[in-house]
Design a protein around this ligand. Structure first.
Ligand code: NAD
Length: 490
């Protein structure tokens, strides 16, 4: 049982009220931890500490900030195993995935900041002016539970590097990893008030932070519904707001593509982290003439996504034969449970609604999977026979549910791919990489994977349309926490 009873404010573990939030293990449903349920007063105290720390921190030499971030990276690397175990426990991600991605990615983000500081043009001459970049101010970071430490790192690491001070409000569903981060920040020796952690609900702590007049930037990752509310609240004090929201991202398979490779890769990217991934490629748009073949490949490839006990899982991602009869090499990519009973209810509700709407199940379904009589497990599910207007095609499900769609050529494929309110991510497959890359130019999405290419944590990340605005990661993620000042010189 991991119990944290105090927030981290002004360089100290500060007593909170008596309210507590229980943290559950998705694989068993048992309570494994507890954190304070913060209040508006806790939020105010954290903002006050961050505001007091801002003048000195923002004026500190960049080399000093870089050295502290390097020390912090070292401490996080040393705590790697504990961080991974904690995230397995509170999110339910399989152990090998938690170590490689849930902890590996944030480590890379923290480690990368000193180098990124070198890439900023801190001062430029424009005629008789000097244009200087400065820290943007007090930053509020509000994060979700699905890649909890990665989403924290994508905000906190560049904000600290830029010279901003930070109040972090992590997800109340998976907050334990944030308390481990706070311990490492403390041990690294950051000045008091530079980093503050308050835990609590969005309604109580989150809204207070967003509305606070002494906050300059709100960086939010989460649902589109909460993002809309946060944008409206922040407008009253004209804050800068970055929103990283939901998605309904497509894989587009052009008519000359290797269908087996595209379906296998599309399924891995649809089901990764049990589909609880904002960039999940949850739609697979294939040539109509090859729909039946795609269904057959998908039905077979579900076997490459076994459900596992996340803590006991050791297999990792390994090549396997997709299906004997197809003879294609795919990948085993294990799935843990969903994060909570509520999430399981939501996702199985979407699957039932899909059946009621008239879509056809190619694999999976809403029933509890065999062999898992406890925990929040959902069977990896594939629908075909969909139409563009169906809710399962339009709504972010945030579970292991893939929808096949049929296209009648490139124009139709582009229209289907762009035919939701989201625009976070996409993928395109063609035998001709140049053709695929050109098609990517027609997609209204912040990132497009061409022919199965991998995620790059130093490339900009963010959405078009209602997937949000602003960019995280790499030098773009650092610039998000800078202001621009023109000095007119005599
Ligand atoms: P959520 O929106 O319910 O909560 C996210 C965070 O916002 C939590 O810390 C929560 O307490 C807080 N919050 C909620 N309402 C708030 C309010 N009114 N004011 C202030 N704070 C508030 O999302 P979730 O369920 O934790 O995460 C899942 C969602 O996040 C999915 O929609 C997913 O697509 C999205 N997501 C997006 C990205 C991205 O980078 N685009 C990444 C991961 C997750």
């Amino acid at each position: 049982m991991e119990t944290f009873t105090r927030h981290y404010i002004d360089g100290r573990r500060q007593a909170a009220g008596t309210g507590r939030i229980a943290v559950g293990d998705p694989a068993t449903g048992e309570v494994i931890g507890e954190v304070p349920a913060g209040t508006a007063a806790d939020a105010d105290a954290a903002v006050a500490a961050a505001a007091r720390a801002f003048p000195a921190w923002s004026a500190s030499p960049r080399a000093e900030r870089a050295a502290l971030l390097e020390r912090l990276t070292g401490l996080l690397a040393a705590a790697r195993a504990r961080l991974a175990e904690t995230i397995v426990g509170e999110v339910g991600s399989p152990a090998s995935f938690a170590a490689a991605v849930q902890v590996g990615l944030p480590l890379a983000t923290f480690a990368g900041q000193p180098g990124l500081l070198e890439e900023i043009a801190w001062r430029r001459e424009v005629g008789h002016s000097a244009v200087v970049r400065e820290a943007a101010g007090v930053v509020v970071a509000i994060t979700p539970w699905n890649y909890p430490l990665h989403q924290i790192a994508a905000k906190v690491a560049p904000a600290l590097a830029a010279g901003c001070t930070v109040v972090l409000k992590p997800s109340e569903v998976a907050p334990l990893n944030a308390f481990l981060l706070a311990e490492a920040v403390h041990e690294a020796g950051f000045p008091p008030g530079v980093f503050n952690l308050v835990c609590g609900t969005g309604a109580e702590v989150g809204e207070r932070l967003v509305a606070h007049p002494d906050v300059d930037v709100v960086s939010f990752t989460g649902s589109t519904a909460a993002g809309r509310r946060i944008g409206a609240l922040a407008a009253a004090t004209v804050k800068r707001v970055h929103l990283e929201l939901g998605g309904k991202s497509p894989t587009v398979v052009l008519d000359d593509a290797d269908l087996e490779a595209a379906v296998a890769d599309g399924m891995v990217k649809a089901f990764v982290n049990s589909g609880q991934t904002c960039t999940a490629l949850s739609r697979l748009i294939v040539p109509r003439a090859r729909l039946a073949e795609a269904e057959e490949i998908a039905a077979a490839a579900v076997a490459n996504h076994p459900l596992v006990d996340p803590a006991a899982e050791t297999a990792g991602v390994r090549p396997t034969v997709l299906a004997d009869k197809l003879g294609h090499i795919g990948f085993t990519f294990a799935l843990g449970p969903l994060v909570s009973a509520a999430q399981r209810e939501r996702v199985t509700g979407h699957i039932r609604a899909g059946v009621e709407e008239g879509a056809r199940l190619v694999a999976g379904g809403p029933e509890r999977p065999g062999g898992f009589d406890r925990g929040h497990y959902v069977r990896p599910t594939v629908f075909s026979g969909t139409t563009p207007g169906m809710a399962i095609v339009q709504e972010e499900i945030f579970g292991p549910v893939l929808c096949l769609q049929a296209h009648d050529g490139d124009d139709d494929a582009a229209a289907l791919a762009n035919g939701t309110r989201y625009g976070l991510c996409a993928a395109v497959w063609s035998a001709d990489t140049g053709r695929a890359a050109a098609f990517a130019g027609r997609l209204r999405a912040g990132q497009v994977d061409v022919n199965g290419a991998r995620f790059n944590p130093f490339a900009p990340f963010g959405g078009y349309k209602q997937s949000g605005h602003g960019r995280e990661l790499g030098v773009w993620g650092l610039e998000a926490f800078l202001q621009t000042k023109s000095l007119q010189l005599p």
